[in-house]
Design a protein around this ligand. Structure first.
Ligand code: ADE
Length: 252
């Protein structure tokens, strides 16, 4: 008889299309992401775009119509690669990594983590032919207001943030739920042994063993830290704190 975990256990798949597959060898062969693959919870496949290139040289880019500096990634190799992948399975989203996309955040990571199959397309050079964006992709995502040399590192960031949310990937499942941003607040400070290092003491309440007081202290610290560092999050759509006074005990 199938046990409950095997009924809802699923394998999320992320296919990453890139002209520099070597750049993505590292991130997925270590730590949590590697463990997610080993546990059969997530599969990340990196696809070299080069074999889909045009002619003997497998060309992937060309000059921009109308002139201007920089090469543009051509539509045909990308279309051929997407076609090959889509023959194998249906994809929930085909995401183009680009600095002018929608800014990636925790709610977007949460939403992606519920999907089954995602494609991340990494841009390079001056970007992709606009017709790729108009007709072949479903979403455009940026990891912040800065320009990277290509979309590979951005794709690795997105894949990491998404895969760690899949139930069973982290040993302590609650730890993803208590991350910064999950309730619209930054995470509270954490401490470990020793309780006193050179006179720098761990807050007394954390040593008290009083669960309710600890929880209340952590919430107050989260609110205090968020107001101090990210006041823009307070009262926002994902905030559990509407900006009122708190009972923070550790304001010094
Ligand atoms: N490619 C280059 N810069 C990027 C960014 N900030 N986010 C996503 N993809 C990118």
């Amino acid at each position: 008889m199938a046990c409950l975990t095997s009924i809802w256990k699923r394998n999320m798949r992320i296919d990453i299309i890139t002209v520099l597959p070597g750049l993505l060898e590292g991130p997925f062969s270590h730590s949590i992401l590697k463990r997610a693959e080993e546990k059969g919870l997530a599969t990340v496949k990196v696809h070299d775009l080069r074999p889909y290139g045009i002619g003997k040289q497998h060309t992937l880019d060309d000059y921009a119509f109308g002139g201007g500096a920089g090469m543009v990634m051509m539509i045909e190799p990308i279309a051929s690669c997407l076609e090959a992948l889509k023959k194998e399975r249906a994809y929930d989203e085909v995401i183009y990594m680009t600095p002018d996309g929608q800014t990636f955040d925790q709610p977007m990571a949460n939403a992606f983590s519920l999907k089954e199959n995602l494609i991340l397309l990494c841009g390079h050079y001056k970007g992709v032919d606009e017709r790729v964006r108009q007709h072949l992709i479903t979403k455009e995502v940026s990891i912040g207001d800065f320009v990277l040399s290509g979309g590979e590192l951005a794709a690795a960031v997105v894949a990491d943030a998404v895969i760690r949310l899949i139930p069973g990937v982290l040993n302590d499942e609650t730890s993803a739920l208590t991350d910064s941003f999950q309730d619209g607040l930054l995470a509270p400070p954490v401490y470990t042994r020793p309780a006193d290092y050179n006179g720098w003491k761990v807050p007394e309440v954390l040593l008290s063993g009083h669960a309710a007081n600890i929880e209340s202290w952590r919430f107050d610290e989260s609110v205090r830290r968020t107001k101090e560092r990210r006041p823009d999050l307070i009262g926002g759509p994902f905030s559990s704190e509407k900006g009122g006074n708190t009972t923070a005990q550790n304001d010094s």
